[in-house]
Design a protein around this ligand. Structure first.
Ligand SMILES: [Fe+2]
Ligand SMILES: [Fe+2]
Length: 362
């Protein structure tokens, strides 16, 4: 990633942010030579058969849909734009059936050197990646079983694996779908599991912790990440991360690795999706496997709620739009509580005024 020299400003700086475009009621906002990253491109046709392009564009504050209509194709480089490109966009904010999008009237691909990349991608997390990585290495060092510790050290002493594990997302768009998402998801799971483990002394901490570190390691081959864009690879589509992970682990098993530990660790990885219909070939049969599967479920599901609350806006009743993965509409309870608090404060202060007025008139 190119860095801007300290004393020079990038040519193009952001003035309009996605998070504001998603909230504003001012549809006259001017979008002119505004930098974004192209996250998604799809060709479509209107019901009348006229071609148009559906995009998703991002900056570090979020993602917003955009459209290029047929008549704007000549000014939009439509044959050259690719997912992951940094572009300047001209256009206006518009709405169709309560769904807002940017109508792009002009688009230009630009080089990364011309923008402050920190305005377009979430570099806060990238800056934290080294800290997260140190935490992971400390956790590996805390594993008592020398074979399991050696297996993890073998894997992560390969710089290709270490680098991929540090930067891969944990999903395309469901949970932890950002650079470093896999590492973040893994550490979050270990934190939760450490609390759970205190209650279940029968569970082997080494198997649980190593199982968590390894459960999604196949995602380093299942996904590739380019800037903020996470895509599934061909082997990801055809083989999936559970198989890819096991194949990788198998390659790095140290000599003499005890068969019983191998069975148990492999079982944790194979069973972590919990149910056959969720992609696991076997259901959890050990206490360690059920802990890892349950913690994976917590980390992935709660994260989706958190993301919804952070990035979406509720309707007038306080509900977000239907979420196909959560399978309901999330209720923004914290906003409702805040509103309730403000209302009761308003009522309390208007009561005070009323009482004062009554007292004066008496
Ligand atoms: Fe998984
Ligand atoms: Fe996971």
């Amino acid at each position: 990633m190119n860095q801007q020299p300290l004393d020079t400003k990038p040519l193009y700086q952001k003035t309009v942010w996605v998070q504001d475009l998603l909230k504003t009621t001012d549809f006259t906002v001017d979008i002119s030579s505004e930098p974004f990253i192209i996250e998604n491109i799809r060709q479509h046709k209107t019901t009348e058969g006229s071609p148009f392009i559906r995009l998703e564009i991002t900056d570090k504050t979020g993602k917003i849909p955009a459209r290029i209509w047929n008549e704007d194709f000549p000014s939009c480089n439509i044959h050259e734009i690719k997912e992951g490109d940094i572009v300047l966009i001209w256009g206006n904010l518009t709405q169709f059936r309560e769904r807002r999008y940017i109508r792009v009237t002009k688009l230009k691909i630009i080089a990364e050197d011309n923008v402050n990349i920190g305005e377009l991608t979430n570099t806060a997390l990238q800056a934290d990646l080294d800290t997260l990585w140190t935490k992971l290495t400390q956790i590996i060092a805390s594993i008592k079983n020398p074979y399991i510790r050696q297996l993890l050290n073998n894997l992560f002493s390969d710089p290709k694996i270490a680098n991929a594990f540090k930067t891969t997302a944990a999903a395309e768009m469901v949970h932890h779908d950002y650079i470093g998402g896999l590492l973040d998801h893994t550490l979050e799971m270990i934190d939760i599991a450490e609390v759970i483990l205190k209650h279940y002394p029968q569970a082997d901490r080494d198997i649980v912790v190593a199982g968590i570190i390894l459960h999604d390691i196949g995602k380093i081959l299942e996904y590739e990440t380019k800037r903020t864009v996470v895509k599934r690879t061909k082997q990801g589509y055809l083989l999936g991360h559970i198989y890819l992970g096991l194949e990788l682990i198998n390659k790095y098993l140290p000599a003499g690795f005890p068969e019983e530990y191998k069975l148990q660790l492999f079982h944790v990885v194979l069973a972590h999706h919990g149910e056959l219909e969720y992609g696991s070939p076997v259901r959890p049969a050990t206490i360690e496997a059920i802990i890892v599967s349950a913690v994976d479920d917590i980390s992935s599901k709660v994260k989706q709620f958190q993301k919804e609350l952070q990035t979406k806006q509720p309707d007038s009743q306080g509900f977000g739009e239907y979420h196909k993965f959560i399978r309901t509409r999330v209720y923004f309870s914290h906003l409702a509580r805040q509103k309730h608090k403000e209302n009761s404060q308003d009522t309390a202060s208007s009561n005070t005024i009323e009482l004062t007025l009554n007292a004066e008139s008496d």
